[in-house]
Design a binder for this molecule. Structure first.
Ligand SMILES: C[S@@+](CC[C@H](N)C(=O)[O-])C[C@H]1O[C@@H](n2cnc3c(N)ncnc32)[C@H](O)[C@@H]1O
Length: 275
């Protein structure tokens, strides 16, 4: 998790303040977890709505068009083995690699589109797990007849490289409820799927470093469009930093989570002062 949960309360009780806006089109990858949100942009389904695209809800024609290429591939594949694998282990990121592979096959993005992002440092045991996941995804695609489309890019190394970048740079998206009914639905969803409606990798926000006393935070109100808001006045030239974890923990707990979850030793001023 990369943003402190505090933003949920702030956003409900105060009107949105102007901030830097990262529109949905800037996302390389958005994957939903909760089915009650738009397949493409993660906007919450209004009322009962209708699933008119093979059980998938799209909030607008624009979203349907945006997803046309990768959805066209995804709906022709039997994902049950991957679903079993991920749900039994609580994994979400393999779904992002799967989505990226479908986007590459449909020509929406290049296979190297995430290469600019910093990868996670991986232990050999993690690489072995990723190799097994690759085999599973590869055979799933092949069973569905996508051999030719995979041939140009889909290798074990590609899978590991992409997943290593997603692990460090993906945001967990929690949408703010806009009505009491929504709030109830969110509560149910949070029990069922860990409060998040999806995950996304954004290009520019991936370059923000972490700080245990951040000067900005990222919020989502309606969909996967992200806003960067300041938490205090920012001096000219000051680096914008967000927090990747819950910063209410003590320095040892924070360092442990950042080392184990993100693979780095935090060198922010708060940590350096031992606070
Ligand atoms: C999402 S990336 C941030 C952008 C990255 N610095 C870059 O140049 O692309 C996260 C990585 O940045 C580095 N990083 C971020 N915040 C840090 C901090 N407070 N202390 C030390 N390293 C940090 C770590 O290597 C971490 O894995």
């Amino acid at each position: 998790m990369r943003c402190a949960p505090l933003h949920l309360l702030l956003a409900i009780t105060s009107p949105p303040r102007p901030g830097l806006h990262f529109p949905h089109e800037w996302n390389q990858l958005v994957v939903r977890i909760w089915s009650q949100v738009c397949y493409s942009c993660l906007r919450r389904k209004a009322g009962k709505g209708s699933d008119s695209s093979g059980g998938c809800y799209f909030c607008s024609d624009a979203c349907r068009e945006h997803a046309e290429g990768f959805h066209g591939i995804e709906k022709n594949v039997d994902w049950s083995l991957l679903d079993d694998h991920c749900s039994s282990r609580g994994l979400k990121y393999p779904y992002m690699v799967k989505r990226l592979a479908c986007m590459v096959m449909s020509g929406a993005v290049g296979a190297d589109c995430l290469d600019i992002l910093q990868p996670a440092h991986l232990h050999q045991s993690t690489i072995t797990e990723m190799e097994e996941e690759f085999e599973l995804l590869d055979s799933t695609f092949r069973k569905a007849g996508f051999q030719e489309e995979l041939a140009t890019f889909f290798t074990k190394q590609w899978y590991i490289n992409v997943l290593a970048r997603i692990r460090v740079n993906a945001f967990r998206i929690e949408l703010v409820a806009s009505s009491y009914e929504d709030l109830l639905s969110s509560a149910i969803a949070s029990v069922a799927c860990d409060a998040s409606v999806g995950n996304a990798v954004y290009m520019l926000p991936s370059f923000y470093n972490h700080d245990c006393d951040p000067n900005t935070h990222i919020v989502w109100l309606e969909n996967a469009d992200a806003k960067l808001k300041t938490l205090r006045d920012i001096d000219e030239g000051e680096e914008l930093r967000i927090c990747y974890i819950d910063t209410s923990m003590d320095v040892n707990a924070r360092q442990k989570i950042l080392a184990e979850g993100f693979g780095f030793q935090c060198r922010c001023l708060r940590c350096l002062s031992g606070d």
